[in-house]
Design a protein around this ligand. Structure first.
Ligand code: F6R
Length: 619
């Protein structure tokens, strides 16, 4: 969480910083700030609230110089406020920090005893004081930073500058990402490649323990022992994707509408459109590092168990994967939250594969699981939406969501893309284990190829929810029910509603409802039942009747013109007839639209829900 950006070169730094922060705002948006060194003095402007508040302030306070740093914050220590916003400045030293300094209380006590006075409640300011102290003894920012690093415990990505050395920017990290963009007579540093791409496509991914001393036309990178490194420059083959809403009211709505395209991109990447077979050879290559995996197709065939670990929405896609892989490829799968898995002394037997799913590729707990699994000798397969992210780079095998940039903090298209990759990957595993004939595989692939056009027709429910939201907003609670692959989709539906509309919502396995949650149901409870015509249909219908008999208001999602389901529901939403695998993906769209329109009608910030951030780089 938190986005950081830095610039050194001939452009006006503040312009580069603000436009970079705009691309990083998904990482946190409770306050922001920029600092520029001008004629030997640091000038800082900070503001509470979204980036627009900072931009307003900058209209009246012109900053000019040749070096600068900026930050957009997701609060960990200290409330969101201007005084806690970054950059933090102490005696001409100025820095921005993403992460948590775990020993800050001890350091703060030590620095206070030496006479330091603190002007924020953050852990980050402690680093600025520590650096200012060290610069008194070691008046060289690069060397001073190398001296203070051993004192820091926790996770950090930090960019620092000193008014006495206005030609140098120093970047160092342990945990959260930091990327150096090398331009022509200029350098840009950021938490995400997106913040650099307007200036250069040549980047260097800093690794943990490394320190970069950056000038406008040169840089030096050292390891944690101070040894100079010759790091590879990677050319990034992406373009800076403009954050444009293209006429949609919110990015989230635009991204919901982009889902057919996202699914098409996945199908294009992982299927052979001539043979209608899935094609996963790219998984063994790392495009970010230009390397071939040590894990072979044969190793993968020998896998006897798969652990899938993730957080939040990605965790629900992991649950979905468990159903698919076990059903199709007959490999036992265990799914867990990364924050639980990493601390429960898991047993990972030989011949296991650990799969980590993370849209950002930076989630701290998921990354920790990846590293733990590798230390235990298990191969790790990553599924990310961010090529070159830490999780992508450290994994042995690489899958990509192909969803493109997602700006809305609540995930939509990345989730649907993930489910599509999982469908295809399960077919791949099933085929390599000979549980699937070529004809069956072709049939599944052909059904999936029809998905984008089916999705277009489900998007028509947008109109229904836009109108119904006025009534729906009055319900006190929302219960989402589904069985089989529709159970994780019910969980995801409930999460979307919580995140966006701040309403109490629960996702439940439909058959579990009578074991407790049934007591919640009355005429103020809306029950959303996902019940396409699959082999769970009759049983879910009975569960729906149980909810209805207790007064629950039923919104059901079913296949085609399902008269029986319609007759027992207050509202019925139809998805096109398709096989069970594709229908799971189609059911996601109505639950996204429900959450979106409810939040919108309640007047909430759909793209940047309160208290959240898109990339969670703290535990
Ligand atoms: C919710 C959402 C989050 C993320 C979670 C993990 O809409 O997007 O629940 O899925 O924070 O993030 P990643 O997938 O980046 O590891």
């Amino acid at each position: 969480m938190c986005g950081i950006v830095g610039y050194i070169g001939e452009r006006e730094p503040v312009n580069v910083l603000v436009s970079g922060l705009r691309k990083l705002e998904y990482r946190g948006y409770d306050s922001s700030g920029v600092a520029v060194v001008n004629a030997g003095h640091v000038q800082v402007v900070r503001a509470e609230g979204k980036l627009t508040a900072l931009e307003e302030k900058l209209k009246n306070q012109k900053l000019s110089g040749t070096i600068g740093i900026g930050h957009t914050r997701w609060a960990t220590h200290g409330i969101p406020s201007e005084r806690n916003a970054h950059p933090h400045t102490v005696d001409g030293v100025c820095l921005v920090h993403n992460g948590i300094i775990e020993n800050y209380i001890q350091l703060k006590a030590e620095l206070s005893a030496l006479g330091a006075t603190f002007s924020s409640d953050t852990d980050s300011e402690v680093v600025a004081h520590l650096l200012a102290q060290e610069l008194k003894k070691t008046p060289d920012i690069f060397k001073a930073i190398q001296k203070i690093i051993p004192r820091l415990e926790g996770a950090y990505a930090i960019l620092a500058m000193w008014e006495k050395e206005p030609q140098r920017l120093v970047a160092f990290k342990n945990g959260p990402p930091l990327i150096l963009g090398v331009g022509n007579g200029e350098c840009v540093v950021g938490s995400d490649v997106q913040a650099l791409l307007s200036y250069t496509d040549k980047v260097i991914y800093l690794d943990d323990g490394e320190v970069a001393c950056i000038e406008k036309d040169k840089y030096v990178i050292t390891d944690s022992l101070g040894k100079e490194l010759n790091k590879a420059i990677v050319t990034v083959h992406w373009t800076s994707q403009a954050a444009e809403k293209h006429g949609f009211k919110h990015f989230m709505l635009k991204e919901i509408y982009e889902q057919p395209l996202a699914v098409s991109s996945v199908l294009k990447k992982y299927t052979d459109l001539k043979t209608y077979q899935v094609e996963f050879s790219s998984m063994f290559l790392s495009p970010a590092q230009n390397t071939v995996s040590r894990i072979t197709e044969q190793d993968l065939k020998n896998v006897e168990r798969i652990f899938i670990v993730a957080c939040g929405t990605s965790y629900y896609s992991a649950m979905y994967a468990e159903y698919l892989i076990e059903k199709l490829a007959k490999i036992p799968v265990e799914v867990d939250f990364a924050s639980e898995f990493r601390y429960r002394d898991p047993v990972i037997p030989p011949k296991s594969l650990v799969m980590v799913i993370s849209q950002s590729g930076e989630t701290a707990d998921t990354l920790a699981v990846l590293r733990m699994a590798k230390n235990m000798g298990a191969p790790v397969l990553s599924l990310t939406n961010t090529l070159g992210s830490t999780i992508d780079r450290e994994a042995d095998l690489h899958l990509f969501m192909e969803a493109g940039v997602e700006i809305g903090v609540a995930s939509t298209k990345a989730f649907i893309s993930t489910l599509t990759v999982i469908n295809l990957f399960s077919l791949y595993l099933a085929r390599t284990r000979k549980y699937l004939s070529i004809d069956e595989e072709k049939q599944f692939v052909q059904n999936l190829l029809a998905l984008p056009s089916h999705m277009e027709s489900v998007l028509a429910h947008d109109k229904f929810f836009a109108e119904a939201a006025e009534t729906f907003k009055n319900y006190k609670g929302f219960l989402y029910l589904g069985r089989g692959i529709n159970y994780p989709i019910a969980m995801e539906g409930a999460l979307k509603l919580k995140e966006l509309a701040y309403k109490h919502a629960e996702g439940y396995a439909a058959g579990e409802m009578k074991h407790g949650p049934l007591a919640l149901i009355d005429d103020k409870m809306m029950v959303i039942v996902i019940n396409p015509q699959d082999n769970h249909y009759e049983k879910t219908l009975s569960n729906l009747q149980e909810a209805k008999a207790r007064g629950g208001i039923i919104v059901s999602i079913g296949t085609g013109d399902d008269a029986s389901l319609k007759s027992v529901s207050e509202h019925y939403l139809s998805i096109p007839k398709s096989d069970w695998m594709a229908s799971g993906i189609l059911s996601v769209i109505p639950v996204q639209l429900l959450a979106y329109h409810l939040a919108d009608v309640l007047g909430y910030d759909v793209d940047q829900p309160r208290n959240l951030a898109k990339s969670v780089t703290v535990e």
